[in-house]
Write a protein that binds this ligand. Structure first.
Ligand SMILES: O=C(O)CCC(=O)C(=O)O
Length: 282
């Protein structure tokens, strides 16, 4: 488990270089279980490549992953990753999207891009989303390890789609996680090997912005009710600063059968004032 110094170190690297690698973040047994679950789900649901230049013609991506198997619940909550995300964003951050990225042999390199480029904010900007690429296979030069351009999160523009850029290959052992500011220029590599490259993309965003996947509508309530509370909050059953995301002044976590959630900011302010007045009288 990461200590305060580790968390700070990873956060500093994300600030300075745009990325960090958390080596050995996931135990081998978890990595194996996750890979097996992906292969089984792919078979059972007859899933195949999305066949776009971005998503890949030989890449299987499973979106809305939390609905398929409880084993995936561990990923967004992982104790070696989430604390770094909470440090860079805050503890009211949200899961933005969570999908598998299984690159088959023959998959060409993905165009270099950055994940915030459709958001009309001038660059460089504060980190608004962080992406955790989980290596479930060893990430090598020949099997499609993610390519990155260190420091590019500070560039004043986004990359030109489809243009070639000099990039560094993020080689890492299975079980490692590369966590990066999503404004970093990056893209999946080419898989010229004869094996599949297994990975996840698990992205987080601030609690005040829209998530990439609509997890409140995409995950059936019966499934979300079984999640640990923190996962429910990450999926959007939460209110940012007691203001953003409320339903008629109630915390949406109550929809999942939880007892009273957070107070809204308006009520909380009055309660705090009344408490202070009471304390001043004593
Ligand atoms: O597959 C990879 O290594 C990266 C994928 C990626 O960056 C994306 O799909 O946005």
């Amino acid at each position: 488990m990461l200590d305060e110094a580790d968390i700070q170190l990873h956060a500093d690297r994300i600030r300075d270089d745009g990325y960090t690698v958390i080596e050995g973040a996931a135990a081998p047994a978890l990595v194996e279980g996750l890979k097996q679950a992906l292969e089984r789900i792919e078979r059972e649901h007859n899933l195949g490549p999305a066949k776009t230049s971005f998503e890949g013609f030989k890449t299987v991506r499973i979106n809305n992953l939390l609905t398929y198997d409880d084993i995936f619940w561990e990923v967004p909550l992982h104790e070696n990753v989430l604390p770094v995300v909470e440090h860079v964003l805050d503890k009211e951050c949200l899961l933005s999207s969570f999908c598998s990225l299984v690159l088959g042999p023959g998959q060409e390199a993905q165009p270099i891009h950055e994940d915030t480029q459709l958001i009309p904010l001038p660059r460089p900007h504060i980190p608004i989303t962080l992406n955790a690429i989980w290596a479930l296979s060893d990430f090598r030069d020949d099997n499609g390890a993610t390519r990155i351009i260190p420091g590019s999160h500070k560039f004043p523009s986004s990359p030109e789609y489809g243009k070639d850029y000099d990039a560094v290959t993020a080689t890492m052992a299975a079980g490692s996680v590369m966590l990066f500011d999503s404004a970093l220029w990056h893209g999946g590599g080419a898989n010229t090997s004869d094996g599949r490259r297994f990975a996840f993309s698990c992205a987080y965003c601030w609690g005040w912005m829209r998530q990439q996947e609509n997890l409140q509508l995409g995950i059936p309530h019966e499934t979300a009710r079984r999640f640990p509370r923190r996962l429910q909050e990450l999926c959007g059953y939460s209110v940012y600063k007691g203001q953003f995301g409320h339903i008629d002044n109630h915390d949406p976590i109550e929809l999942l059968g939880r007892e009273r959630g957070k107070r809204m900011v308006w009520e909380a302010t009055d309660v705090r004032k009344a408490r202070m007045a009471e304390a001043a009288k004593q």
